[in-house]
Design a protein around this ligand. Sequence first.
Ligand code: AMP
Length: 394
Amino acid sequence: MKKSINDVALGGQTVFMRVDFNVPLNAEGRITDDTRIRASLPSIRLALEKGARVLLASHLGRPKGKPKPAMSLKPAADRLAELLGRPVLMAPDCVGPEVANMRSGLNDGDVLMLENVRFHAEEEANDAAFSAQLAEGIDIFVNDAFGSAHRAHASTAGITAHVKVAVSGLLMEKELRYLGGALESPTRPFVAILGGAKVSDKIGVIDNLLGKVDALLIGGAMAYTFFRAKGYATGRSLVEAEKVDMAARVMKDAESRKVPLLLPVDHVTAPEMKAGVPTKTSEAATIDAEWMGLDIGPQSITEFAGKIRDAGTVVWNGPMGVFEIDSFAAGTIGVARAVAASAATTIVGGGDSISAVEKAGVADEITHISTGGGASLEFLSGDKLPGVEALNDR
Ligand code: AMP
């Protein structure tokens, strides 16, 4: 267990909080979605209420190590000020004499937004001298940017070598509690549902989860690589030809571990991946040569939903079909509803699965929505995240 912001005394302390304010901006530099800023509010408010002096750091976009005004965090600071209902100071940089001056001028309960850490190439290089500069005058490091925790950067990992106290923020703590809980001590049966385009993207997750779950459900285009490995006719469905052996190996592994690996039993197929084309439902073994599987079929939804209903823990990542097109969205929406209706501890990750639970209007019924895409997949793969490892143990 890692220490959290709740475990340390914050009053009068200078806190460096790594947040994820990597928000989308439009051409005029206006924030089009402030979800990430809102998500950071609980940790920021807690630190301010306890009387800390808070420096906030984040990256935004890919400025490639040079200052780019269009990727300034000023709009994020302004939005934060509105949400907090108090001023947020904006620094011209994240290190250097001007920042040091502003930091020394802070009173308890003040907030200073540092400029984009990726304006310095040293950030992504995890440079030791730069990490030490970030840490100047800091008493406590708080990492609340789970989505960046799989990267060993100066503001997520390097800085911890130069501060006495390094703890998780509330968002990070929640991610670790639910994702870590699912991997370490899940309420059984533990059911994982994986979907999306490629087996290759999720192979680490599949391998790790096979050693932990009671059933693995596979949908999306990924399933067709498995069907090819079984020797079934997959028509023009998306298959990763070079991953067929890997799929065969995974099925063998599941069999020897006695973990049921469920593939779709039927499919919604069409001659083309676009709206308005004719569709038909096919059984697994019989996708016509000129057609492609674009969603799991109604029988598969029922079967998957049954497993999800009876589960104690559910982890879901990746859509069951081309859910962006309505005629191929039923499988993904069906799984979203089943996950929401289940009494299990439910964890949903991945941009597409999150938008599916939102589209289905059931996001509130999910136990935990994991926002760090790449980071949550790496965590589920069993990899150690540098930004987490660097935090103090409880
Ligand atoms: P990923 O980024 O790997 O999670 O894949 C997400 C994408 O996979 C979505 O854009 C889906 O449209 C796509 N996808 C899911 N199922 C299929 C399928 N059967 N055929 C083609 N694309 C699919």
